[in-house]
Ligand binder design. Structure first.
Ligand code: 4AD
Ligand code: MG
Length: 434
């Protein structure tokens, strides 16, 4: 049997018609018609129809394919031909085949409920839909890395086991660290802040952990966090970096993942609008917009999913909300000189109702102001001794942000639930199985 295997997507090519081809993959669909078996085979690149005609293959080959169930792994060799009734317009007329491993009855047949599918997640990830989402996520990560590397930012590797909260104690996961309490990282930010004193512009991809109290469509307890931090940049500078990075990423996905977006049924005309500059509104303006839409909200209250969704439907591309009330944001955000009630923090929200995909800010770089903010929040400055050192030894203005990769993929792929942006999702109310 030929050892030159082709990727299935390379077979949809007129110049190969009439030639002998070999593929490897898994049986995706199968049916018999008029004495022939139609086996549709998938690999990581696509699906192709293979026709098994009893008069053209030996009995052993015919019987093996007749017996093989969905998801059996196979090697197939045959002649490529045009066939307008086959999906994609091509098919393989089988000459030889080998069932590498016969599959048992595959438990996912279609129509199963979500809990069952999550129990069988290790098998469900073979679906075309999840495969498309994983490819889109790959391209999102690759594009972001390319953007930051090409613009002179350094990749660094912060730790996951940490001693204190970044985003508030309420969502910390505690771990037993050789008998001492420690916590799983919520954000690499504080470590990235330390690293800008040598590298100036840094980024990292780490897993962040949040013990979210409720189960929602957009919260995971473990997610991929793409974070950036830079010395000498203020909030405005950082928002420009964020809008450029997101625009670049969306354009790369549109270039490289058209087929996957189409399979997912994503309306790409909505994504085409993602070009800088993104609209900017203040928190105060956002509150006014919400009130005009009959949403009862007081200045100073945080936005929940409902408020974000209303705002997010008013925009055709991602947009920023800035200058949040101090009391709803983290201790490290800088308070501007002209308004003690707000912080120089920004969120980027995706349109179409998706809501927050980025959280960022200019950091408080003054030692005295920072220690006061830590006390005001009821935290112990002793837990942040090392972080305070960063304001003792040559402090500089600096800013940064964090992108929730799964939130970004959820919007780009047009999904209605965050769980499908990650192969093995973790969220409250389910044991981490598989
Ligand atoms: O807004 P957050 O909490 O900001 C920070 O952690 C900053 N320290 C980041 C920084 O400045 N370096 O989280 C950043 C982003 C959010 O905008 C959201 O996209 C995502 O992380 N995120 C989550 N994604 C999935 N599940 C969760 N439970 C998430 N919590 C935050
Ligand atoms: Mg946030």
């Amino acid at each position: 049997m030929s050892s030159i295997f082709k990727s299935i997507d390379n077979l949809f090519n007129d110049s190969l018609v009439g030639s002998k081809v070999a593929i490897r993959g898994w049986i995706y669909r199968k049916f018999a018609l008029g004495g022939k078996i139609f086996v549709r085979v998938r690999d990581s690149t696509g699906v192709i129809q293979c026709v098994v005609d009893a008069s053209r293959v030996n009995k052993e080959v015919y019987d093996s394919l007749e017996k093989a169930k969905i998801e059996s792994s196979v090697i197939i060799e045959g002649l490529l031909r045009r066939e307008k009734r086959a999906p994609g317009g091509f098919e393989i007329l089988v000459e030889n085949a080998k069932v590498v491993s016969y599959s048992s009855d595959f438990p996912i047949k279609g129509g199963e409920g979500i809990e069952f599918l999550l129990d069988k997640r290790h098998l469900w990830i073979r679906s075309r839909r999840l495969t498309c989402v994983m490819k889109i996520k790959h391209t999102v990560l690759k594009a972001l890395k390319d953007y930051f590397v090409e613009n002179g930012w350094w990749e660094v590797t912060p730790p996951i086991i940490t001693a204190s909260a970044v985003e508030g104690g309420a969502t910390l996961f505690k771990v037993d660290y050789f008998g001492e309490p420690a916590y799983l990282s919520q954000s690499a930010q504080l470590y990235l802040e330390a690293l800008v004193f040598s590298l100036e512009k840094v980024w990292s991809i780490t897993t962040s952990f949040r013990a979210e109290k409720s189960r929602t469509r957009r919260h995971l307890s473990e997610y991929t966090h793409f974070e950036v931090e830079a010395a000498w940049m203020d909030m405005e500078d950082m928002m420009k970096v964020a809008e450029e990075a997101i625009s670049y990423t969306v354009s790369r996905v549109l270039e490289e993942r058209r087929k996957e977006l189409e399979i997912l049924g994503r309306d790409t005309s909505k994504l085409e609008k993602t070009k800088p500059p993104f609209p900017r509104i203040t928190y105060t303006e956002a509150v006014e917009m919400l009130r005009k839409n009959n949403i009862n909200i007081e200045w100073g209250e945080d936005f929940g999913a409902d408020e974000e969704s209303v705002l997010s439907k008013k925009f055709e591309k991602p947009f920023f909300i800035t200058h949040f009330p101090k009391k709803i944001k983290a201790f490290y955000m800088k308070v501007p000189d002209d308004n003690p009630d707000v912080v120089l923090g920004f969120d980027m929200l995706a349109p179409e109702g998706y809501g927050e995909i980025i959280g960022g800010s200019q950091r408080e770089d003054d030692y005295n102001k920072l220690i006061n903010r830590i006390r005001e929040e009821g935290m112990d400055p002793k837990d942040y001794e090392w972080y305070l050192d960063l304001r003792r030894y040559g402090s500089v203005p600096h800013s940064g942000f964090g992108i929730g990769i799964e939130r970004l993929v959820m919007w780009i792929a047009g999904l209605d639930h965050i769980r499908d942006t990650t192969p093995f999702p973790r969220f409250r109310g389910r044991k981490p199985v598989p």
